[in-house]
Design a protein around this ligand. Structure first.
Ligand SMILES: [Ca+2]
Length: 357
């Protein structure tokens, strides 16, 4: 795993140093930033895949022998999907295509990790390509629709690799953008906002037209959902999303889908490898009927804080770099004001002292 210093930690350290030098404002900013840091600072460890248990019935690997329409097939596909011996192409680099591939075997593992090797490539120049790939763990399978080739109001988990920016107001993030969404069927995916109102977290990643392999890992264990990416050819996972309080049942299906619109790309899946995680559960947890769990995310703060979601089912996005920057700026301004006031008072006092002599 890669543990990097977040902007929040850096700004907190900076404030600590400033706090040593001057006044109340410094103290205040430290207090403020430290108080907010737990929201932004998240760490995760993730397996390298080797030490755990590969589940072949839920994995899609070259040369894709278990893929087809027969009754024994472990994967079947729909739409523009083309299966070769080297890759599964969900869409070609052509307009208005949709394709998907779905595991036919429901997954009854409580703790799992899915490693996806994928490739998004095409002739479109920067910002002139789309729309992206989605990885699914859902109640239903093979249901075509508008969410990267899958149905809207889905029930379960969706991880989106969104390669096209629809929301021209959301310039604080760069694309491609990877995000996660948990849905009990009540929420719609808002393409116009690139899913921002319902996302649980996300990160930007340069995944398109890369010469090397690009990977994404999704881990679900004990209510914790972690998404890691390996896209820089360094053979190491980098954290993208890490959230707790996620509830997903067993018995859902893994799948992948992709779509093109006015703009296009080749969306290829090279492999999907599912690993069982060996995790102990309490007798109470084991006595529950895990097939009956409704997909949900518990709240970390008041639902009213999330203005985009009036139902309050999902928590808002974590502290962004911009917010941290603004906080730091406010703290710095406070320090400067205090320093100036302090200097003026000091000077006045000096002058008053002089008069006595
Ligand atoms: Ca989009």
């Amino acid at each position: 795993s890669v543990l990097q210093q977040t902007p929040c930690e850096q700004s907190a350290k900076f404030s600590l140093q400033a706090g040593k030098i001057v006044t109340l404002a410094g103290f205040f900013s430290v207090f403020l930033l430290v108080g907010l840091c737990p929201v932004a600072v998240v760490h995760a460890d993730i397996t390298d895949g080797n030490s755990e248990h590969l589940k072949r019935e839920h994995s899609l690997m070259k040369p894709y022998q278990g893929v087809g329409t027969g009754s024994s097939a472990q994967w079947d596909f729909w739409g523009s999907t083309l299966v070769t011996s080297q890759y599964v192409r969900l869409t070609p680099d052509e307009r208005s295509k949709q394709g998907s591939i779905w595991n036919t075997v429901p997954c009854f593992l409580k703790d799992w990790e899915m490693h996806v090797q994928f490739k998004v490539h095409g002739s479109g120049k920067k910002n002139l390509h789309g729309d992206g790939i989605a990885i699914w763990y859902t109640k239903e399978r093979l249901q075509p629709g508008p969410v990267f080739g899958n149905q809207d109001h889905f029930v379960g988990l969706g991880i989106f690799v969104d390669t096209f920016r629809n929301d021209l107001h959301g310039m604080d993030r760069s694309f491609p953008y990877i995000s996660a969404m948990v849905n009990n069927g009540s929420l719609a995916y808002d393409h116009g906002k690139d899913g921002r109102s319902s996302e649980l977290g996300g990160c930007s990643a340069e995944i398109r037209n890369r010469d090397h392999d690009t990977y994404l890992a999704v881990r679900y264990s004990k209510g914790r959902l972690t998404v890691m990416i390996d896209v820089e050819d360094k053979n190491e996972w980098k954290e993208c999303i890490d959230i707790s309080g996620v509830r997903l049942p067993i018995g859902y299906y893994f799948g992948a889908s992709a779509a093109t619109g006015d703009l296009a790309d080749n969306h290829d899946i090279i492999s999907m490898k599912l690993y069982q995680l060996m995790v102990e559960h309490t007798p109470e947890e084991d006595s529950l009927d895990w097939t009956k769990i409704e997909p949900s995310v518990s709240l970390l703060k008041s639902p009213k804080d999330n203005i985009d979601d009036p139902t309050g089912n999902f928590r808002s996005t974590p502290l962004t770099g911009w917010k941290v920057f603004l906080l730091l700026l406010c703290a710095l301004l406070g320090i400067v004001v205090c320093a100036v006031v302090g200097a003026v008072v000091f000077q006045k006092r000096q002058e008053r002292n002089k008069r006595f002599y």
